[in-house]
Design a binder for this molecule. Structure first.
Ligand SMILES: Cc1cc2nc3c(=O)[nH]c(=O)nc-3n(C[C@H](O)[C@H](O)[C@H](O)COP(=O)(O)OP(=O)(O)OC[C@H]3O[C@@H](n4cnc5c(N)ncnc54)[C@H](O)[C@@H]3O)c2cc1C
Length: 386
C-alpha cells in the first residue's frame, strides 16, 4: 500500500511523468549510460508534453505545478533514468529563479520560451578551484557600459553543458565581499562559450556535466535580481527548491534500484530446491529494510516540500537534511539491492549496476553529505556555519 496517494491535483502531473518514464526514459536508460550520450530525445519528449514549464505559472504558459508535484515528477523520472532525472532537475532548479525574479522583459525573453518547450536551462555554479565549497566562487565579472564583461567565468561541472540554451550563473562582481554574488541568465547564442573537457563520469554518465568557460559580455537585462541580491532575493527562491529536487533525484534512483531488486528476487529460482530468492528469510529482511528506508525518506521529503510550498521554512536545516537523507538512502538501497541481486546483477543482468553508480554522485555533488552534517552540527551548537 503506498503511503502517499497523489491528490487529484497531483495526479495529472504524475501521469505525464509515469508515461514519459516508461515509454521514453527507461527504454533508453542503459544505452545513454553506456555511451555517455545526453538524452536529447527525452528532452524533446518533455518539451512536447509541456514539462519544461513544469513550475512556471499557467499565466506565463507553464503547467503551474506546486513544489510537491514537481518533487514527485522528478522522483518518477529518476526512477527510470538517473541521468535524465538529474538533467531535468537542473533544468527545473535553474528555471525557478528565472520565473520568480524575472522582469517583464525577461519573462518574454526567457520564461515564456522555456514554458513553450523552446529552451533547456541549467545551473552553472560550481568551479574547479572551490569545488564543493560553492559558497565561495572565484569567477568574477566586471561592470562595463550597458552590461558586464564575462572575461573570467569558468565553471567546473555544468550538467547538460552544450545541450542547454540558458545558464543560471552566479559570479563575483569586482570588489564584492565573500559569498556576495550577482546572478545572470547567460544565453548560449549571445555569449562566447567553450566546453573545456569531456564528461566521463562513474555514474550519471549521460549528464554531459562538462567544465565550461564563458566569455564576451552579458547585457544589463540578463542580470537576475539586484547586483547584491544573492542572499536576499536569489538564494531564498533558488536554494530550497534546488535542495528538495536533489533529494527527489536520489530517492528516485533508490526506488528504481528497489523495484529492480524485487523483480530479481521474485524471478530467481534455485535449480536444486526450486525455491525462489524471495522465499528466503534473510532476503525478505533485506527487502523490508530497504522499504523502510525508502518510506521514511519519502515522508521527510514530502513534509519538507509542503513547508517550502507554504514558505514556512525559516532556516535551511530541513531542506539540506532532505538531501543528506535521500543520498544516504540511495547509497544504502543500491548497495543492498546489489548484494541481494548477486553475481547475476553484478554481471549486468539488470540495471542495478547503473543505479549503484548513479547513486554515488549524491555524495560528491554539492551540498555533499559531509558538508551538510558539518553545517547541521554547527547550527545545533551555535557555531558559524561557514
Ligand atoms: C554528476 C555531477 C554533476 C554535477 N553537475 C553540476 C551542475 O550542473 N552545476 C554545478 O554548479 N555543479 C555541478 N556539479 C559539481 C558539484 O556540485 C561539486 O561542486 C563537485 O562535485 C565538487 O567536486 P570536488 O572534486 O571539487 O570536491 P571537493 O570540494 O574537492 O571535495 C572532496 C570531498 O571532500 C569533502 N569535504 C570538502 N570540504 C570538507 C569539509 N570542510 N569537511 C568535511 N568534508 C569536506 C567533500 O564533501 C567531498 O566529499 C556536479 C558534480 C557531479 C559529480
Amino acid at each position: 500500500m503506498p503511503l502517499f496517494e497523489p491528490t487529484p491535483e497531483q495526479q495529472p502531473f504524475l501521469q505525464i511523468a509515469e508515461d514519459l518514464a516508461e515509454t521514453q526514459l527507461r527504454p533508453r536508460a542503459d544505452e545513454v549510460d553506456e555511451t555517455a550520450t545526453f538524452p536529447k530525445e527525452n528532452f524533446d519528449a518533455f518539451a512536447k508534453a509541456g514539462l519544461l514549464g513544469l513550475r512556471i505559472p499557467k499565466a506565463l504558459g507553464g503547467m503551474g505545478a506546486d513544489v510537491l508535484s514537481a518533487v514527485m515528477v522528478i522522483e518518477r523520472l529518476s526512477r527510470a533514468c538517473g541521468s535524465t532525472g538529474m538533467c531535468f532537475k537542473m533544468h527545473c532548479e535553474s528555471t525557478e529563479p528565472m520565473w520568480r525574479l524575472a522582469t517583464d522583459e525577461q519573462v518574454e525573453r526567457f520564461v515564456k520560451p522555456i514554458a513553450a518547450g523552446e529552451r533547456i536551462t541549467t545551473t552553472a555554479i560550481a568551479e574547479a578551484g572551490t569545488g564543493s565549497h560553492t559558497w565561495s566562487l572565484q569567477s568574477s565579472i566586471t561592470p562595463v557600459e550597458g552590461g558586464y564583461d564575462l572575461s573570467n567565468v569558468r565553471k567546473g561541472w555544468v550538467t547538460s553543458s552544450e545541450h542547454a540554451d540558458l545558464y543560471f550563473t552566479p559570479a563575483m562582481l569586482d570588489g564584492a565581499g565573500p559569498g556576495q554574488f550577482t546572478s545572470f541568465v547567460l544565453e548560449k547564442k549571445a555569449v562566447e562559450w567553450s566546453i573545456d573537457g569531456p564528461w566521463n563520469g562513474l555514474g550519471m554518465r549521460a549528464n554531459a556535466s562538462s567544465p565550461m568557460t564563458f566569455s564576451g559580455s552579458a547585457p544589463e537585462g540578463n542580470r537576475l535580481g539586484g547586483e547584491s541580491a544573492w542572499q536576499t532575493e536569489v538564494l531564498p527562491v533558488f536554494m530550497p527548491f534546488s535542495m528538495i529536487t536533489f533529494a527527489a533525484v536520489y530517492l528516485g534512483i533508490a526506488e528504481g534500484a528497489y523495484e529492480t531488486c524485487v523483480d530479481h528476487v521474485t524471478g530467481r529460482a534455485y535449480g536444486d530446491t526450486g525455491s525462489k530468492l524471495a522465499e528466503i528469510d534473510g532476503i525478505q529482511r533485506y527487502v523490508g529494510e530497504m522499504r523502510i528506508a525508502l518510506d521514511r525518506t519519502r515522508a521527510l521529503l514530502y513534509t519538507v516540500a509542503g513547508l517550502i510550498e507554504n514558505g514556512d521554512i525559516v532556516d535551511p536545516r530541513p531542506f539540506i537534511e532532505c538531501v543528506c537523507a535521500a543520498d544516504e538512502t540511495s547509497l544504502f538501497v543500491t548497495r543492498t539491492a546489489m548484494n541481494v541481486g548477486g553475481g547475476r546483477s553484478y554481471g549486468g543482468a539488470n540495471a542495478l549496476g547503473r543505479y549503484l553508480r548513479d547513486a554515488q554522485a549524491g555524495s560528491v555533488m554539492a551540498p555533499t553529505d559531509d558538508m551538510i552534517k558539518l553545517r547541521v552540527g554547527r547550527m545545533q551548537l551555535g557555531q558559524p556555519q561557514f
